[in-house]
Design a protein. Structure first.
Length: 472
């Protein structure tokens, strides 16, 4: 029997004791078993992919797997890798359930699952020139996949020509040692031998972690999870094994199996098995309950205000004036009054009063630097709970009426709060319109049309009511 370090012997004894304690608690309920394995599954999916550079956070990984919610701004491939890895875990569970002997065919099928679809990847030619290659699924490598380490040295794996024979030898070694070797030892050594071959163009690290866990699971142990934060120590242990020193790798694996067994034992006893990552999961799922539109809301700032004024408010006011002016020839005169009010100074600042409509459009709403924009941005700089722009369109001396010639007016106001802006129109009748929008959402063309309609219809309704009242 091979001699192991005293530390590893102590760990192996603890592993066997923990496993016996778990077996003594069997059977546990199916709900308990599912809850325990769900934690392994989520941790395993996140950390194994994160080690390889996947950009999804733990919370985003959980939200994707549990709720099907994709993370905004994250690559599609990162989501596909998570989904493929999760399907690979399901495949391992099926192999475990069938007590099936692991074969090279199974390994190639797993590789297809975790990579999902062929893709282009950066590579390096034999003379060190940058190039690209298409990553094929379920096929052993056809070109060298040596890597350059952080120190600039090249780490050599098996050549494409050597790979089929070395994979065959690995499977023979596995079958010959399966019965007489402790599953922890077998799992760790298989892991290193597989990584040393690096049989595929990509995905070898995830494959090694899947296969070494299958060995543990088929022997009745839970899977181990190598945390992303433990990556450096993990690579260091593999490097020592490359030099023929297996002790660090074996102890590294034993420590993580003890951690997994501790988790299982706690879960089997009904104890809390959550950790800080589970809080990330809860936060992600909580945030996922809100619409993307809610999460996109922002506070009002000068840049947000300027864009809103240019893209929404000025076009709205132009549209309102355009259609309101179609009523002008019913009156002897018309005019526009604009006021800006800030609660900070508790004062109204009338900045434009009773001028012709055409002049107002040209100077206050038109041009490359509309005066209304400059004036209101200046008012915005004052600290205030809200600021309001009010446009009052007035018509004087209705032609179709006898003396005294009546006058009419209608107003539209836009109030800017810290988180949202509110548009009201048609104040003088029951046809009034109110619209609330959260920053940075702009007005749609349909909304601009609706506000304009209510504004003009309110005027016409007022004229009709006064005419009816006069005729009575």
């Amino acid at each position: 029997m091979e001699q192991y370090s005293s530390t590893l012997n102590i760990d192996l004894a603890q592993i066997d004791k923990l496993k016996a304690n778990i077996e003594a608690l069997q059977p546990i309920s199916e709900e308990q078993r599912q809850r325990i394995f769900q934690k392994y599954r989520l941790d395993w999916n996140y950390h194994s992919n994160s080690i390889e550079g996947n950009s999804l956070s733990y919370g985003e990984t959980v939200a994707f797997l549990m709720e099907g919610l994709t993370a905004k701004g994250k690559p599609l491939k990162d989501h596909l890798d998570i989904r493929g890895h999760n399907e690979a875990i399901n495949f391992l569970l099926e192999l475990q359930k069938r007590e099936a002997e692991l074969t090279e065919r199974d390994i190639r099928e797993l590789h297809v699952m975790i990579l999902v679809e062929p893709y282009e990847s950066r590579a390096e030619t034999a003379d060190g020139q940058a190039t690209t290659k298409i990553i094929q699924l379920g096929q052993y490598k056809t070109s060298a996949n040596h890597v350059r380490t952080a120190t600039g040295e090249v780490h050599y794996y098996a050549t494409p020509e050597e790979t089929p024979a070395k994979m065959h030898d690995l499977m023979v070694w596995y079958r010959e040692n399966k019965a007489e070797t402790h599953p922890l030892i077998l799992s760790a050594l298989f892991h290193h031998r597989f990584v040393s071959i690096h049989p595929f163009d990509d995905g070898n690290g995830r494959m090694a972690r899947l296969l070494s866990n299958l060995i543990l699971m088929q022997a009745g142990y839970p899977p181990i999870v190598i945390l992303q934060s433990e990556k450096r120590e993990y690579y260091g242990a593999l490097s020592q094994a490359d030099a023929g020193i297996d002790t660090s790798l074996l102890e590294y694996f034993s420590e993580r199996l003890i951690r997994s067994l501790d988790t299982y034992l706690k879960g089997a006893k009904g104890e809390d098995i959550s950790d800080s990552n589970d809080l990330d999961k809860e936060i992600a799922l909580f945030k996922a309950s809100f619409d993307d539109e809610v999460l996109a809301r922002v506070e009002l700032t000068t840049p947000v205000l300027e864009v809103l004024l240019i893209k929404s408010i000025l076009p709205l006011l132009k549209k309102v004036i355009e259609y309101s002016s179609k009523l002008n020839n019913l009156f002897l005169s018309s005019g526009v009054k604009v006021s800006i009010h800030s609660i900070a100074t508790n004062e109204g600042n009338y900045i434009y009063d009773e001028e012709t409509v055409d002049q107002f459009i040209d100077s206050w709403l038109g041009g490359t630097s509309p005066l209304l924009l400059d004036k209101f941005v200046g008012v915005f700089s004052k600290k205030s709970t809200y600021r309001t722009i009010t446009l009052n369109y007035s018509w004087k001396s209705f032609k179709a009426s006898t003396n005294p010639l009546p006058s009419f007016s209608e107003m539209i106001s836009i109030t800017f709060h810290n988180a949202e802006y509110v548009i009201t129109a048609g104040r003088t009748t029951s046809i009034g319109y109110m619209l609330t929008k959260f920053y940075p959402k702009q007005l749609t063309q349909d909304e601009i049309d609706a506000v304009t309609r209510y504004f003009v219809v309110a005027v016409m309704d007022t004229i009709k009511r006064k005419q009816n009242h006069t005729s009575v």
